[in-house]
Write a protein that binds this ligand. Structure first.
Ligand code: HSE
Length: 412
């Protein structure tokens, strides 16, 4: 059986490396006489690469070669990845991808196409890098109704937040450090503005709750606006700020889904997840909480998840694994303003005692917080829980108060 890799970036080259280094054991585990990498598709040249003889630039070579039965897509982005993957599935080839944008946007369609052609479309590496999460959710937790997921799904932002919390670096300095270490891209938008975490929670929500969730339906906030003052108030409250991606099944068939910075108590299992590590908490009705933890990115951890899917495709050749979810439906994701939460509010007023008294009157008693280095006009408090819509309306009625930041409080 032959394999092709499309896209020879960090993950694609890691896949080629693992397939070569572990050739014999992978073939054995695949229950195949042989499982070899035949082609690598990339528009760039790699003349000094050990795989130099395998590079091609024309996708049709892969499509038309019937000896290539499994195709790995590590190009990233939607196009041409989607077009190539769809064509491969329609041609009766199984596809393995690490591309979360592709799965989050087109997962329902590609899974249905795989089923129709009795092949597989697998994507373990699209969420949590090397952490096994897709297979556990779809197979091992099958005896549970999964009600809720909360994850630290982006390593870059978790590294930046860890530096802000433990080393007192401000956001810009921590981002620069993350870029120097190769964690953050030159253009860090997808990570720091939460889009990467959003795609990943859409995939997990689709798997857990059975219906496709479009990234554009999920309210997403990143970490750019966070300051060391916010970090200080979180500390005095007894917790830390994490970029959380959350999804929850609601009673009426809708779901709640949001990506935003959130306060978690120091006692939470998510609070101690630092640096580039990821963690995913899944709440099931039979099992309770289970947390998956590990390296969420990186060449070899991610390649390890991709190769495991390749082995799965080879072992199950001729069988569709019945991994499916329904197409997206209207009004499935409830408006985030209707989710219940508490807020940590940081604000300014020329009369802080009067502002606190006003906050107590408007919200019911608030929890007042202090931090070292605050100016005389700065103050902060945690509200009781209410819908976000109600909390924001109440905040607007506070007299002589300028709100500087709002951070949601999570209950994990
Ligand atoms: N940029 C991503 C992260 C890589 O920082 O987590 C893995 O998807």
């Amino acid at each position: 059986m032959n394999v092709a890799v499309m896209g020879y970036g960090i993950v694609g080259s890691g896949v080629a490396e693992v397939l070569a280094k572990k050739h014999d054991s992978i073939a054995k585990r695949s229950l195949q006489e042989d499982l070899s990498l035949k082609y690598i598709l990339d528009i760039r040249d790699f003349p000094d690469d050990p795989n130099a003889g395998k590079f091609i630039k024309d996708f049709n070579v892969i499509l038309q070669d019937n000896s290539v039965q499994i195709v790995v897509e590590t190009i990233g982005g939607l196009h041409p990845a989607y077009d190539y993957v769809l064509a491969c599935l329609q041609a009766g080839k199984s596809v393995v991808t690490s591309n979360k944008e592709l799965v989050a946007e087109k997962g329902d369609e590609l899974l249905a196409t795989a089923k129709e052609h009795n092949v597989n479309f697998l994507f373990e590496a699209s969420v949590g890098g090397g952490i096994p999460i897709i297979r556990p959710i779809s197979q091992c937790l099958a005896a549970n109704e999964l009600d809720e997921i909360a994850g630290i799904l982006n390593g870059t932002t978790n590294y930046i937040l860890t530096q802000m919390i433990t080393s007192g670096l401000d956001f810009d300095t921590a981002l620069k450090q993350a870029q120097e270490l190769g964690y953050a891209e030159k253009d860090p938008t997808a990570d720091v503005d939460g889009h990467d975490a959003c795609r990943k929670i859409c995939i997990l929500a689709a798997l857990c709750f059975g219906t496709h969730v479009c990234p554009k339906e999920v309210h997403t906030e990143g970490i750019r606006a966070l300051t060391l003052a916010d970090v200080g108030y979180a500390r005095s409250w007894g917790g830390v700020i994490k970029l959380l991606a959350r999804a929850k099944r609601l009673d009426d068939g809708q779901i709640a889904a949001i990506v935003s910075p959130a306060l978690v108590k120091n006692s939470s299992q998510l609070a101690g997840v630092n640096d580039v590590f990821n963690a995913i908490l899944v709440r099931g009705d039979t099992l309770g909480d289970v947390v998956f933890y590990g390296r969420g990115a990186g060449k070899l951890p991610t390649a390890s998840a991709v190769v495991a899917d390749v082995v799965d495709c080879a072992r199950n050749w001729g069988k569709n694994r019945m991994l499916l979810w329904d197409n997206a439906k209207d009004a499935y994701v409830r408006d985030y303003l209707d989710y219940e939460t508490a807020f940590l509010v940081r604000a300014k007023s020329v009369d802080v005692p009067a502002a606190y008294a006003d906050a107590d009157r408007v919200f019911g008693t608030v929890q007042r917080l202090i931090r070292d280095g605050a100016s005389d006009s700065e103050f902060a408090f945690v509200t009781p829980a209410d819908t976000e819509r109600a909390l924001r309306a109440k905040l607007d009625t506070l007299l002589g108060v300028k709100v500087l930041s709002i951070i949601r409080v999570a209950d994990y």
